[in-house]
Design a protein around this ligand. Structure first.
Ligand SMILES: [Zn+2]
Length: 311
């Protein structure tokens, strides 16, 4: 037996018995990971950025490291402590439960996500948005713009996020400083945001799903398409959870308009395999081109070409 009383926490035994892989699997995170040699590689569950290679866990050493925003690593104990904001005792109880060595009830779980419902004053004339061809009235309609102030959105263009029924959840921030974006990932999301049950713009367009939908990676492409009256949904990344698949099920046709980089192309190929119920079209963009770099007529042409029936 492994002792889990506060006075006798046998972390060495717990670290031997519980793998990082097990912790990721238990939280439904493992399907975002790929095996490279003996390493599991995937998006960082701590900062929840959109890099699919940020987080590496060695299955041999049972150690992890986040190479982008966190720039930190450790063992399974540190991972659980950080994931759950838990103390050592709570972490030991949780790991002991996973190790099957303890049937102590009420193992700690992560504190629940708390929506941020305050409306922030964002400037829709942000040069970043104008450069993408997003009109200020569109930005205003989508509650997007630059933020003057300190805190979460400092140095970001923000955009409001909603749950599937349209309740505000808070803001996502696109980091503007290229160096910072390179190091930490382009996006900031609220802590513990339930990303796996979110699709950007879903609440505005779900009634139109039965006519078909365009799937893009980020909110900017959604806004550009909205300007030519094409309903679109952004993945806020490049993968879809089971829950997100279910949300899209009413759509008989889906047009994938992902970024032209290799991650976007790989994601399009993956999604084509998993969106089994729909007729799926794929817009192949030139390398390193995002949909928001196309002109309105190019966007409209791509859309017409692949899904002529979308109203
Ligand atoms: Zn990280």
């Amino acid at each position: 037996m492994i002792a889990v009383t506060p006075s006798r926490l046998d972390f060495r035994a717990l670290k031997r018995r519980v793998t990082i892989e097990r912790v990721l699997a238990e939280r439904g995170l493992l399907d975002h990971f790929q095996l490279r040699g003996d390493d599991l590689v995937g998006p960082c569950p701590l900062h929840q950025g959109d890099s699919r290679t940020a987080f590496v866990a060695s299955r041999v050493k049972n150690l992890w490291y986040c190479f982008t925003r966190c720039r930190a690593g450790g063992d399974v104990v540190e991972l659980v402590r950080k994931l759950d904001h838990a103390d050592y005792h709570q972490t030991a109880r949780y790991l002991a439960r996973l190790a099957g060595e303890s049937d102590i009830p009420n193992a700690p779980c992560a504190p629940p996500f708390r929506p941020f419902t305050t409306t922030l004053r964002l400037d829709p004339h942000a040069p970043f948005l104008l450069a993408k061809g997003i009109h200020p009235h569109t930005a205003r309609a989508f509650e997007a713009g630059s933020y003057q102030g300190h805190g979460f959105l400092d140095g970001c263009v923000g955009v409001r996020l909603h749950n599937p029924t349209g309740q505000p959840l808070g803001y996502a921030g696109r980091i503007l400083d290229p160096q910072r974006a390179q190091q930490r990932g382009k996006w900031r999301f609220p802590a513990r945001l339930p990303k796996r049950s979110l699709l950007f713009n879903y609440h505005r367009v779900h009634a139109r799903l039965r006519h078909g939908i365009v799937l893009v990676e980020d909110p900017w492409s959604v806004m550009r398409l909205a300007q030519i009256n094409v309903p679109a949904i952004a993945l806020l990344g490049t993968t879809l959870s089971a829950e997100q698949h279910n949300m899209l099920r009413p759509a008989p046709q889906i047009l994938l308009m992902l970024d032209g980089d290799s991650a976007g192309q790989r994601a399009a190929a993956d999604l084509q395999r998993t969106l089994t119920w729909a007729r799926v079209g794929v817009v192949q963009l030139p390398p390193d081109t995002d949909p928001d770099q196309l002109t309105d007529s190019e966007l409209a042409a791509a859309h017409r070409l692949f899904v002529p029936q979308i109203a």
